[in-house]
Ligand binder design. Structure first.
Ligand code: GCO
Length: 253
């Protein structure tokens, strides 16, 4: 296979109806992968699948809530029954919740940890249980600048994304010997729905642009190349890494 060719491979991207997940899916399809899109909202998922099919890509849709283990297990069993083997898993689904810890309810903490970290473990385990016997598989977790650095008011998200970095290394430790590669992408401040409020805040917008060598927010499609690299044979000897596409932010004071 060509170093960056995904022809004949199937990629499941969680949370891929919109935002970064949608951009990862489009990039993987452009490199030849068949897509299994995922989201909780069936209508939004169907619309995303239709749009990508209109671009000529092969697209399946799997509606399930990544925070519900029973739904994840059932979804993988449905794919088994359809003869759909997941070669590439992108654990992208996640939420943000901004509140100072002194005011943060434990239930809200747990909800963010479940959506951003536990879901990656459960989906990763279900995918790996099928990849290990095949002797190959690519797991791409989505981290964040907050996998390394904290900012006030996003503690549960930061804790979860720090956990994503170490879960990725754990996946490499346990599954590397079976021919699987598990790596993470660390997006910088990206122009997505999740960051709409931040982009609309002149002070925060100025801070991001001043703090980032690229002097701008990132565009979701600018992450697709990293996803293709980590999904392709080109990264077969890369394991347990987190690679940042952040305009340089994490490298400078
Ligand atoms: C925030 C943002 C960040 C970015 C991204 C940075 O509130 O600071 O939502 O968390 O989304 O994760 O890498």
């Amino acid at each position: 296979m060509h170093l960056f060719d995904l022809t004949g491979r199937t990629a499941l991207v969680t949370g891929s109806s919109r935002g970064l997940g949608r951009a990862f899916a489009a990039g993987l399809a452009q490199a030849g992968a068949r897509l299994v899109l995922n989201g909780k909202d069936e209508a939004r998922l169907a619309a995303a699948a239709e749009a990508l099919r209109a671009e000529g890509y092969e697209v399946l849709a799997a509606a399930f809530d990544v925070t519900r283990e029973d739904e994840v297990v059932a979804a993988f069993e449905r794919l088994d029954a359809q003869g759909v083997a997941v070669d590439i898993l992108v654990n992208n689904a996640g939420i943000q919740f901004r509140k100072p810890m002194l005011e943060l309810a434990t239930a809200d903490w747990q909800r963010v940890i479940d959506a951003n970290l536990t879901s990656a473990f459960v989906c990763g385990r279900e995918a790996a249980r099928r990849m290990v016997p095949r002797g190959r598989g690519k797991i791409i977790n989505v981290g964040s600048l907050t996998s390394e650095l904290a900012r006030a008011t996003v503690a549960p998200y930061t804790a979860a994304k720090g956990g994503i970095k170490m879960l990725t290394k754990s996946m490499a430790a346990e599954w590397g010997g079976f021919g699987l590669q598990a790596n993470a992408i660390g997006p910088g401040y990206m122009a997505t729905d999740m960051n709409e409020a931040l982009m609309a805040d002149p002070a925060f917008d100025a801070w991001v642009k001043g703090r980032t060598p690229a002097r701008r927010w990132g565009r979701p499609e600018e992450l697709a190349g990293l996803a293709v690299f980590l999904a392709a044979p080109a990264s077969d000897y890369v394991n347990g890494q987190i690679i940042y596409a952040d305009g340089g932010m994490i490298s400078v004071l």
